[in-house]
Design a protein around this ligand. Sequence first.
Ligand SMILES: Cc1ncc(C[n+]2csc(CCOP(=O)(O)OP(=O)(O)O)c2C)c(N)n1
Length: 252
Amino acid sequence: MKSEEVMEKKLVYGLPEALADRPMHYCPGCGHSIVHKLLAQLIDELEIREKCIFIAPVGCSVLAYFYFKVDGCEAAHGRAPAVATGLKRVHPDKVIIAYQGDGDLLAIGTAETVHAANRGEKISVIFINNAIYGMTGGQMAPTSLEAQKTATSPYGRDPADVGQPIRACEMLNTLEAPVFIERCAVNNVKNIIKTKKVIKKVLMNQVSGRGYSFVEILSMCPVGWGVTPLQGADWVEEAMIPYFPLGNFRDR
Ligand SMILES: Cc1ncc(C[n+]2csc(CCOP(=O)(O)OP(=O)(O)O)c2C)c(N)n1
């Protein structure tokens, strides 16, 4: 077998160099670990490990710095885009990755998200939308669906009371500055393969000096949703994707 093939196999099946060899704390069926693996594979493939600075959010992925063998930084809840802005402006040659959940990016951090995008900061934002606050016990998020039952909406989300779920890609797509905006999902193999291509694009845009790049990834939170891992993957398909359509919104 040629060395490239060996490398390929290692990248597909083995532990990426950029990922630490330790068990993850994520619940069964959670999408964070899938995205972590894709991101680590891409950091290897693009050979950017020495250049990466990974900004962990507050949320279930708060401990992501235990898993990625790259430089890292922890931001206060929702403030990853502000921290990313500072880091990128001080270290323009680095690849700055802001990784955030929907409570982090779209509730407490909405202002930082919108303004970093509007300024066209040359950063890569990976947004994990699991339609709930996972870490704190399944409270309603800005992305929780209409009628979705959560710890803080036991009778289902009522838009008359708390508004409609926010579509991040569509909202950011009203701004002039972003160069790339796409929504994908990690609920099945086909979507996972597509998601890897999109994260690659989001990283490559920064490597080649383009502007703000954003990927929203629809992801499972079976424990927060009170379902099994398989039902979680189905729920992404049947409930989330109809409201949050997959696809590219902008690629300049
Ligand atoms: C300033 C502040 N407010 C509230 C909290 C509590 N808190 C921790 S994580 C979290 C929500 C996380 O949800 P999300 O960003 O959707 O990520 P997930 O856990 O679902 O991956 C909240 C409200 C906090 N840590 N700091």
